[in-house]
Design a protein around this ligand. Structure first.
Ligand SMILES: [Zn+2]
Ligand SMILES: [Zn+2]
Length: 302
């Protein structure tokens, strides 16, 4: 099953005419995961046809305004829509009390349960262990505590080894049971362990790394990502600025993607001083050809 990532905002701290603030939503079929929630995110969700009720998780990378100011409006809308489903909000410490204070101030109480998970990741840490996917946090290198996130999903269906199917009679019903993880019991009572008669399932991975300076250490945390989103606020022309502000250049994002053996790299969080970001694409593609430039409304299936 494919996943679909929709970019909702691709600008850095200042919104520009055609780029809103950081937010991306990942559709993994069973659920929708929102990464960052800059101001105006709920409008972008509407604009790009995302059903708000499908969002079960919000992952905030850090508490800079361009990454979370939109969460208050979004929660208010959830309350207005009489949401009943649980919402899980993951962030570095500090967001829970802000949300509670704002809701208190406007006399609103969510009718739906909110689970807050506040974590300052110092190393790769399992945060969400859901039935069919896992989300890990990992540390980024920014001016305040910033978490990167990695979503991982194993293909639930175990693939039966073709040579096993050729030499054994396996009914349609048994095939289904083996695919779901059961051991196979042959008609003569012989038991075949599931791990011995199936091939390893493919893992799908999406990594989200914003905001961050060049951080070689993350390479092992996000290894083999099918899609890596890595910020690229600046180009090589402003490498010094990137270093000072603890952001990355497009070349640095590409280096991380290359070293992590990612299949695809998406770059965004572009400085509003660039009207055209095509030179960032060129710089990144010199190092990592499979680079895509983010724009608001971009959808990537993988
Ligand atoms: Zn930012
Ligand atoms: Zn920031």
């Amino acid at each position: 099953m494919h996943w679909k990532l929709t970019v909702l905002g691709s600008s850095s701290a200042l919104p520009s005419f055609d780029r809103m603030l950081s937010a991306q939503v990942l559709d993994i079929n069973s659920s929708m995961l929102l990464f960052d929630c800059g101001e105006g995110t709920q409008f972008q969700l509407k604009r790009f046809g995302v059903r708000l009720s499908r969002i079960d998780y919000i992952f905030i990378s850090h508490l800079h305004g361009d990454h979370f100011f939109g969460i208050f409006g979004l929660i208010n809308t959830f309350i207005m829509l009489n949401r009943q489903k649980k919402l899980c909000i993951v962030s570095p410490p500090g967001l829970k009390s802000l949300i509670i204070d704002v809701l208190d101030m406007v006399n609103k109480e969510p009718v739906f349960p909110i689970e807050f998970i506040e974590i300052a990741c110092q190393s790769k840490t399992l945060i969400v262990n859901a039935k069919d996917f896992k989300v890990y946090g990992f540390p980024l290198k920014h001016s305040i505590q910033t978490n990167g996130y990695l979503v991982e999903q194993f293909n639930r269906n175990h693939r039966i080894r073709p040579d096993f199917l050729q030499s054994n009679e396996v009914s349609f019903l048994w095939r289904k049971r083996i695919q779901e993880g059961e051991d196979f019991i042959a008609s003569d009572g012989q038991v075949f362990k599931n791990t011995e008669i199936t091939v390893e399932s493919k893992v799908k991975r999406f990594a989200y790394a914003s905001d961050t300076a060049y951080e070689e250490k993350m390479v092992t945390d996000i290894a083999d990502a099918d899609l890596l989103y890595h910020e690229a606020t600046f180009g090589d022309d402003l490498a010094e600025e990137a270093f000072k502000k603890k952001h990355s250049t497009a070349s640095q994002a590409a280096k991380i993607a290359k070293n992590a053996k990612a299949a695809k790299l998406l770059i965004g969080h572009f400085s509003s001083r660039y009207r055209d970001v095509d030179h960032l694409r060129k710089e990144a593609q010199t190092i990592f050809p499979e680079t895509i430039l983010a724009y608001d409304g971009l959808e990537i299936e993988f």
